[in-house]
Design a protein around this ligand. Structure first.
Ligand SMILES: *[C@@H]1O[C@H](CO)[C@@H](O)[C@H](O)[C@H]1NC(C)=O
Ligand SMILES: *[C@@H]1O[C@H](CO)[C@@H](O)[C@H](O)[C@H]1NC(C)=O
Ligand SMILES: *[C@@H]1O[C@H](CO)[C@@H](O)[C@H](O)[C@H]1NC(C)=O
Ligand SMILES: *[C@@H]1O[C@H](CO)[C@@H](O)[C@H](O)[C@H]1NC(C)=O
Ligand SMILES: *[C@@H]1O[C@H](CO)[C@@H](O)[C@H](O)[C@H]1NC(C)=O
Length: 474
């Protein structure tokens, strides 16, 4: 923990002394990094990240893509939520990509409180490269209880662009968005194979990378909230408390020691130190092994598969070879006698993650437990979890939100009535990277985001099925 932090500070110092405007806390430099502040005319810097406007000020205003400013924003809210882009007919953003593979897409929504639009009329669908990611969405925070709403997706792209389409549900409604992030993910972020749990059977689930995924839960077990500022991929990890259903006989632990990332294992981008250095554990204090489980529960939807990524890092045992435990998902044994020493080549404080796929069933709850196994030992740690991510997979309709296919969403808007958008070319100032490689690549980066006329056909994602597997966990 100490060493990288010191290095980062030093790194920051050097960068801020140079003439470059943008700092990056992360060692990971994405090839594609589009941060857009929608409806704005000026750049917004948030956590050292520069969000650029989606239109240059010289643009003739289009009545179909209106930019809105909150006349009275709350003083603590980040600048990207002070403006919004409003669409009264189907409209899209097109991002030119230089990297293929998994891309992180984050959409930021916050209804402006004081603007010339009544946000109770917001209702729309959002498509990303032919996947329906939001359907009949209103941006209302009433049931989410969070302000703003940040939706995050992982989308596999093997063409040269990523297209985000906003479609109002009807003429009397409108669509809006405050900010958009499109970032190429590290190649090792999503492994292609996971363990699929069907009842008490476990099978390989292949082709995970080619599914559209929505991150629905991302928790830091036993630790505080980790914000985009402190995460290697600008993610948010929330404390696990509200999901923790049974914690009898457990306690949380914190390690100030260094997390030992290993080649071929979970990388710092897969999950940062701040998540691995806290955990909840079950420990045996005497000659008997506690007869308890640590259990978390997550509301899920029937009809979707969920990718469950569990992050483990033994920061609690006094020696290798003492920790064995079972992992259960929905009451079924998912991993028997998990031996963290073995999977990390006998190194303590070395991270490991395991991916499972489970169906959202009629209980509408995903239940995840860790608990002692028959190999667990007395006077030792008998169960641990450091972090967890729950991701929803697109259904057979290619949707993450309902039964409506992308083609039907497009057909729902009467053809011929589509207004023509004046193509507004954004003045793109990419996040300036410090590395020379990136500076060379800066050439030709202009115009990498563009408004475009709505095509008559929705772009199709061509999903190639390959047997190639990405390098995985150990
Ligand atoms: C980043 O993490 C450090 C401790 O790890 C914490 O003190 C700081 O408040 C965090 N910063 C943000 C912006 O979350
Ligand atoms: C946890 O312990 C309390 C009392 O110590 C007990 O009442 C409760 O039933 C236990 N819960 C579980 C899930 O074992
Ligand atoms: C071990 O400790 C637990 C609680 O800490 C207690 O319930 C149990 O009776 C103890 N067992 C023995 C054998 O002392
Ligand atoms: C832990 O959970 C599993 C799966 O639900 C169950 O089979 C096992 O009996 C539980 N153990 C304890 C001690 O409750
Ligand atoms: C996700 O969508 C693709 C096509 O868009 C489809 O091939 C795949 O089977 C879907 N995933 C699931 C889990 O249904």
């Amino acid at each position: 923990m100490e060493t990288p932090r010191t290095k980062r500070t030093l790194f920051l110092l050097i960068v801020s002394l140079s003439t470059l405007h943008v700092l990056s806390l992360s060692s990971f430099t994405p090839v594609d990094n589009h941060l857009i502040d929608c409806g704005s005319t000026v750049d917004s810097i948030i956590d050292n990240r520069r969000f650029i406007p989606d239109s240059s000020p010289s643009n003739s205003p289009s009545t179909l893509a209106i930019s809105l400013i909150d006349r009275n924003p709350s003083p603590n809210s980040p600048q990207i939520y002070h403006t919004a882009r409003v669409f009264e007919s189907p409209s899209q953003y097109e991002f030119k990509l230089r990297d293929s593979g998994t891309h992180m897409v984050r959409l930021h929504f916050e209804r402006l409180k004081d603007s010339k639009f009544d946000f109770s009329h917001a209702q729309f669908h959002v498509l990303v490269n032919g996947y329906v990611v939001l359907s009949h969405f209103s941006g209302d925070t009433d049931y989410d209880m969070v302000d703003p709403i940040i939706k995050e997706y992982l989308i596999w792209v093997d063409c040269e662009k990523l297209v985000i389409t906003f479609v109002p549900t009807k003429r009397s409604k409108f669509a809006f968005v405050n900010a958009i992030e499109v970032i190429s993910a590290p190649k090792d972020l999503i492994a292609d194979t996971a363990q699929y749990l069907i009842g008490d059977k476990v099978e390989d689930f292949n082709g995970v990378t080619k599914q559209a995924l929505e991150i629905v839960y991302r928790i830091n077990v036993g630790g505080p909230k980790v914000t985009p500022f402190n995460d290697t991929l600008w993610r948010t990890w929330v404390p696990d408390n509200v999901f923790l259903k049974s914690s009898n006989g457990s306690h949380h632990v914190y390690s100030s020691g260094q997390i030992k990332y290993q080649m071929g294992g979970a990388s710092r981008e897969v999950c940062p130190d701040n998540v691995y250095n806290t955990a909840r554990v079950i420990t045996s204090e005497n000659a008997s092994i506690p007869h308890v489980n640590l259990t978390w529960e997550f509301p899920v939807m029937l009809g979707y598969k969920y990718l469950v990524r569990m992050h483990f890092c033994d920061i609690a045992s006094i020696s290798i070879g003492l920790l064995y435990f079972n992992v259960y998902i929905n009451g079924n044994l998912a991993y028997k006698d998990l031996d963290l020493s073995y999977v990390t080549s006998y190194m303590l404080a070395s991270p490991f993650y395991a991916d499972f796929v489970a169906d959202g069933d009629c209980s509408r709850v995903l239940r995840v437990s860790v608990g002692p196994s028959s190999k667990s030992m007395a006077y030792a740690v008998d169960g641990i979890l450091n972090g967890m991510e729950v991701m929803k997979m697109n259904n057979t309709m290619g949707s993450l939100d309902g039964e409506l296919r992308a083609e039907l969403v497009m057909k729902s808007w009467p053809k011929g009535n589509i207004g023509i958008l004046v193509p507004l070319i954004a003045g793109v100032l990419m996040l300036v990277s410090i590395s020379l490689v990136m500076r060379r690549r800066m050439v030709g980066l202009k115009d990498s985001v563009a408004w475009s006329k709505l095509p008559t056909d929705i772009p199709e994602v061509h999903l190639k099925h390959t047997d190639q597997q990405l390098p995985v966990k150990m």
